[in-house]
Write a new protein. Sequence first.
Length: 99
Amino acid sequence: MPRIQLIGQRSVNKIVSHQPEVRAAVRFHAERLGAKAESLLDPHRKTGNAHIEVEHHDVDSFVWLVDEAARHIEYGHVHNITGEWVEGLYIIHKAAGLV
């Protein structure tokens, strides 16, 4: 009788994530998300240096909103003069389809 050996999910994930086609797809989608985020950020850029960076590693890619006030840009903040709440732009969230 043939014997079937099952491998665990962790092993399967490691095998699949290192496939060239999967790595290429991850990079492609990260670049696409980065371009979309940059286009969402552009209309809001006045004088600041905020920008989008895409970073690729072995099997992961990251899309960053880069600025010293990135958290405030993304999630909102209290205006330092008026004290009023300024809504966040949710640039990364929108680009990823999460909002």
